[in-house]
Design a protein around this ligand. Structure first.
Ligand code: PLP
Length: 464
C-alpha cells in the first residue's frame, strides 16, 4: 500500500483524475465538479501531511469519492417521520394526497393556464383558481391565496389597518416557532398594536373602553401552541364581532391551523372551523393550508368580498403570491373536501390523525423482531405512547398511539448510546426520525404506512 507522508509524494490532480475509481463519477457528474473536489481534498490532506500525518493512496481516493458524493447529495430529502408529531413543521408539515402530487407534476412539466383566460384568450387572474372552491367550502363571500398564513396575516393587517390601531387580547399575543410574533407582525404591517385585558382574563368591556377614533380592527388570534388554564376569561368571536360591528369596525380572526370540517366526525377533538369563525361574525379569517387542512404550503384569506378586494389590491400582494405548484396542489386538496366521506381515506393528514389504535398496536408489535434484529445491543419492545397533531393545532390534545420503544439492554452501556443509535437511524438512506424521552428512543408508528419500504431501508442501519 502506497503511503503518502510528504507533500511532494502527493499525486497530481491529473494523476488522480485518471484513477479508474473516479471514472464512473466523472461520467455521472462531470469533470468540473470532480476536479474541484480533488483540489479540496488535496489541499486538506497537504495541510495534514505538513503536520506529520500520513495517508494511503487508497484512503485519499476514498475521501475524494466521499467529497463528490457529499456535494451531490441533497440536504433536502425525504425522511420517515416517526416522532409522533403528525404535522411536524421541521419535517415539512402535511403529506400530500396523490391527486395533489399529480396536479403539481402536471403544471411543473410545462406551460399552464396560471394567469391565462382560456375562453377569451387573454391575460387571466392567478387568484381565481381556488376562490370558488374555498367559498363553497367555508361559506365566505370571497377569498385569496397567498404564500403562507404569516403572509396572510401581514397582508390583511397592512391592507385594512395601516397607520391605525388593532386591538388584541393580551392572552393572544402569541409567538409561534420561527420568530412569528404577533407584536412584530403588527409593527411590520404598519399597525399599532393595542393590548387589551390581562394575560389570563379579558372581558368584553376591556375592548369597549379600548376602542378609539384610531381603531381599525379587532383581532382574534388562535393561541396555537399553548393553552392558558385556570382562572381565565376570553371574549368569544361572537361577542367580539358584535362589539366591532357596533363601532363600525371589522373583526379579523387568525385561525392558524384552519380546518374546513368538523374533526369530531373523525374521532378527533373539536377545532374551530373556518365556517364557524365566519358565522360568528369574523369579517376576515386567515389560516394555513399545510396544517390541519392537509395541503401544500399556502395561506388563505377568506371573508367579506369588499375587504378581499382591498387586500388583493395591496402592492405587497405581488410579494406574497403563491406559486403555480402550490395552487395546483391546493385545488386538488380542496376538491377532496367536497366528499367528506372519502376524506379519511384519501387525505393523508386526516387518515394519519384518525388511525385506529388497535391497528397501530398491531403494526408496532409486528415490527419489533425486525427492528431487534438490527439493534442487537438494545432492547426493543412495542409500547403505548401519545401522538400529537403538531403545528399548533389542538395544542393540548394527545392522541393515543403505539410505538417501537428501544432502551439500553445493559446498565453499563454508555449514556450516549441512545443518541448514537438515533443518529444511526438518521443516517439511513431514508432517514428515520424518532424522539428520545424517558431513557428510551421512541418510534411512534402513526405515520408509518410503507412497511415493506421501512424494513428494506432498515437493512442499511450501521451502529458504530
Ligand atoms: C401557524 C400559524 C401562523 C403562521 O402560519 P404559516 O402558515 O406557518 O405561515 C400564524 N398564526 C397562527 C395562529 C398559527 O398557528
Amino acid at each position: 500500500m502506497k503511503i503518502i507522508d510528504k507533500p511532494r509524494s502527493l499525486p497530481s490532480i491529473h494523476q488522480i483524475l485518471r484513477d479508474i475509481n473516479l471514472t464512473p463519477l466523472i461520467r455521472e457528474y462531470g469533470i468540473l465538479i470532480v476536479t474541484q473536489c480533488v483540489q479540496t481534498v488535496l489541499s486538506k490532506i497537504r495541510k495534514k501531511i505538513i503536520l506529520k500525518n500520513t495517508i494511503t493512496y487508497d484512503e485519499l481516493v476514498k475521501q475524494i469519492k466521499n467529497e463528490i458524493l457529499g456535494v451531490m447529495e441533497s440536504s433536502l430529502k425525504p425522511v420517515i417521520n416517526l416522532t409522533g408529531t403528525v404535522l411536524h413543521t421541521n419535517l415539512g408539515r402535511a403529506q400530500l394526497p396523490e391527486t395533489a402530487i399529480q396536479a403539481m407534476v402536471d403544471v411543473a412539466r410545462g406551460a399552464s393556464s396560471l394567469e391565462y383566460d382560456l375562453e377569451n384568450g387573454k391575460r387571466g387572474d392567478r387568484h381565481r383558481h381556488s376562490e370558488e372552491l374555498i367559498c363553497r367550502l367555508t361559506g365566505a363571500q370571497a377569498a385569496v391565496v397567498v404564500n403562507n398564513n404569516a403572509a396572510a396575516v401581514l397582508l390583511t393587517l397592512n391592507s385594512l389597518a395601516k397607520r391605525k390601531e388593532v386591538l388584541v387580547s393580551r392572552g393572544e399575543l402569541i409567538e409561534i416557532g420561527g420568530a412569528f410574533r404577533m407584536p412584530d407582525i403588527m409593527s411590520q404591517a404598519g399597525c399599532k398594536l393595542v393590548e387589551v385585558g390581562t394575560t389570563n382574563r379579558t372581558h368584553s368591556e376591556d375592548f369597549d373602553t379600548a376602542i378609539s377614533t384610531k381603531t381599525a380592527l379587532l383581532m382574534k388570534v388562535h393561541t396555537s401552541n399553548f393553552e392558558i388554564k385556570g382562572f381565565t376569561k376570553n371574549v368569544s368571536e361572537l361577542k367580539l364581532s358584535n362589539i366591532a360591528h357596533n363601532h363600525n369596525l371589522r373583526l379579523v380572526t387568525d385561525l392558524g391551523s384552519g380546518t374546513l370540517i368538523d374533526l369530531e366526525t373523525y374521532g378527533l377533538p373539536h377545532e374551530t372551523t373556518v365556517n364557524e369563525a365566519l358565522k360568528a361574525g369574523s369579517d376576515i379569517v386567515t389560516f394555513s393550508t399545510d396544517k390541519l387542512l392537509g395541503g401544500p404550503q399556502a395561506g388563505i384569506i377568506a371573508g367579506r368580498s369588499d375587504l378581499i378586494e382591498k387586500i388583493k389590491k395591496n402592492p405587497m400582494m405581488r410579494a406574497v403570491r403563491p406559486d403555480k405548484m402550490s395552487l395546483a396542489a391546493l385545488d386538488a386538496v380542496l376538491k377532496l373536501y367536497l366528499n367528506p366521506d372519502q376524506l379519511a381515506e384519501e387525505l393523508p393528514t386526516i387518515r394519519l390523525l384518525s388511525r385506529d389504535l388497535l391497528e397501530l398496536e398491531d403494526l408496532a408489535k409486528s415490527l419489533v423482531s425486525n427492528v431487534q434484529g438490527h439493534c442487537t445491543e438494545f432492547k426493543v419492545v412495542a409500547a403505548p405512547t401519545h401522538s400529537q397533531v403538531g403545528s399548533g393545532a389542538l395544542p393540548t390534545d394527545r392522541l393515543k398511539s403505539y410505538a417501537i420503544k428501544i432502551t439500553k439492554a445493559k446498565q453499563k452501556q454508555s449514556s450516549k448510546s441512545l443518541d448514537k443509535l438515533a443518529k444511526a437511524f438518521r443516517a439511513l438512506p431514508v432517514p428515520i426520525i424518532g424522539r428520545i424521552s424517558d431513557n428510551a428512543l421512541w418510534f411512534d408508528v402513526r405515520c408509518l404506512e410503507n412497511i415493506e419500504g421501512f424494513k428494506e431501508n432498515l437493512k442499511g442501519l450501521v451502529i458504530s
